[in-house]
Ligand binder design. Structure first.
Ligand SMILES: Cc1cc2nc3c(=O)[nH]c(=O)nc-3n(C[C@H](O)[C@H](O)[C@H](O)COP(=O)(O)OP(=O)(O)OC[C@H]3O[C@@H](n4cnc5c(N)ncnc54)[C@H](O)[C@@H]3O)c2cc1C
Length: 381
């Protein structure tokens, strides 16, 4: 039997998952004076949200369809205010920068890809800039002399996502968000299309604690599907593993550089994060020999100076992918259960807009932008 003795008092909103999505929403709801509890089975922000590269890159990703691109741009536009607010509330820096992304070419196929991105962005009214090989090397002198040209996308930003998670946690706590870590949600209990409670393992007792709230938000990243299944819901979600490396260089990388799946992202202290892989290998977030090999090979093509850099660490995270690669946002068939999950490769980018729209739904019943494309029910019953 669940341990009723451990139950907490009923709060306004219980958020399952303390990643960038859950914590950003918690912040917005706490600012609106709601009582919010975030439950995480681990410490806050240790999964995909810390594993990410931190790119806020709607332009480099050229995300589709158009509605999703617009959502991504709207989220990017919220970032300056979002980052400032979090820094002021927490007293921590989040390493937010707006220097753009540089896409580079090494082959005919890359030239075609860059031209494609150029025309898409130009037609959308943005200002991509074609760079010759010498302009690329002027912008980033340590790149390979084999580079054939580049495309500068000034509208892309980036953030140090590990710092962002730390700052979000502190900011939330200062606003009164209650964070329950090492608290794994085992089951959602529901009746008559309403979630009644959560059963939570906190490790202190064999029986789960019972948590209750007016509303519940499922923001458990790659694990959202298995939690939805406890209510009999089927969310077609698959974890997509991404591996990353970090080196320290003797020189400063001024801007994000991307070539296909491979990229260099500047971090403070002359650290450079390098990625990545995209593997559908279950929930195992190990770093593999093949993952390391493919990243090192790809990055070595970008810069011969990799050879002199000092290796710092390697890690892997699970991107919460969905059947159509789009997020799952808003209410489904359960009247007090909201979904804020499935952000796949774009959860850092989409955190501010997700938090804003979900907070609007909770506070007023209406989001300021249509969420039809992202509705949970699109996958069927
Ligand atoms: C290598 C890599 C690079 C990436 N790069 C970028 C990038 O540059 N830009 C970008 O925008 N996005 C990027 N992403 C994607 C981004 O990281 C994710 O979309 C985003 O972090 C998802 O956030 P989330 O809060 O939904 O999930 P998560 O950060 O995974 O958080 C989910 C949380 O739920 C908790 N949880 C799970 N099960 C339970 C349970 N039963 N009970 C309680 N808690 C539970 C977990 O412990 C976790 O803390 C990258 C991802 C990876 C892996």
């Amino acid at each position: 039997m669940p341990n009723q003795g451990n139950s907490t008092r009923k709060v306004d909103v219980l958020i399952i998952g303390g990643g960038v999505i859950g914590c950003s929403l918690a912040l917005r709801l706490a600012q609106a004076k709601l009582q919010v509890t975030v439950l995480d089975r681990n410490e806050i922000g240790l999964e995909a949200s810390s594993a990410a590269a931190g790119m806020i890159g709607p332009h480099a990703e050229a995300v589709e369809p158009a509605d999703f691109f617009n959502l991504s741009v709207a989220s990017r536009d919220l970032y300056p205010q979002f980052a400032t607010e979090i820094e002021e509330l927490s007293g921590e820096r989040v390493g937010y920068r707006r220097d753009g992304t540089l896409l580079v070419s090494f082959a005919d196929k890359d030239d075609l890809d860059l031209e494609n991105v150029y025309h898409i962005q130009k037609n959308l009214g943005f200002a991509p800039a074609r760079l010759t090989a010498s302009q690329v090397l002027e912008a980033v002198p340590r790149l390979s002399p084999q580079v054939r040209g580049g495309l500068l996308l000034p509208g892309d930003h980036w953030v140090d996502n590990e710092r962002l998670m730390h700052a979000l946690f502190i900011a939330g706590r200062r606003l009164g968000v209650s964070f329950h870590t090492r608290s794994a949600v085992r089951k959602l209990n529901g009746r008559d299309r309403r979630v009644q409670s959560l059963e939570v393992d906190s490790g202190t007792s064999a029986a789960p604690s019972i948590y209750t709230a007016e509303r519940y938000v499922l923001a458990a990243g790659s694990w959202s599907g298995e939690l939805a299944a406890t209510l009999g819901l089927s969310l077609p979600m698959t974890p997509c593993r991404g591996q990353m490396l970090e080196f320290e260089s003797a020189w400063e990388l001024p801007i994000i550089v991307r070539h296909g799946l491979h990229y260099l992202v500047p971090r403070s202290g002359r650290r450079i994060a390098m990625g990545t892989t995209a593997e559908y290998a279950g929930f195992d977030r190990v770093v593999t020999g093949e993952g390391l090999r493919s990243i090192v090979t790809g990055v070595a093509e970008l810069t011969p100076h990799l050879a002199d850099m000092h290796f710092r660490r390697a890690w892997a995270g699970l991107r919460p992918d969905t059947a159509d690669h789009l997020p799952i946002l808003g209410y489904g068939d359960w009247e007090n259960l909201l979904f804020a999950t499935g952000h796949f490769r774009h959860g850092i980018l989409l955190a501010p807009i997700t938090a804003q729209l979900l907070a609007e739904l909770i506070l007023s019943g209406q989001a300021s932008q249509p969420l039809d494309l992202y509705r949970p029910a699109r996958f069927g019953p």
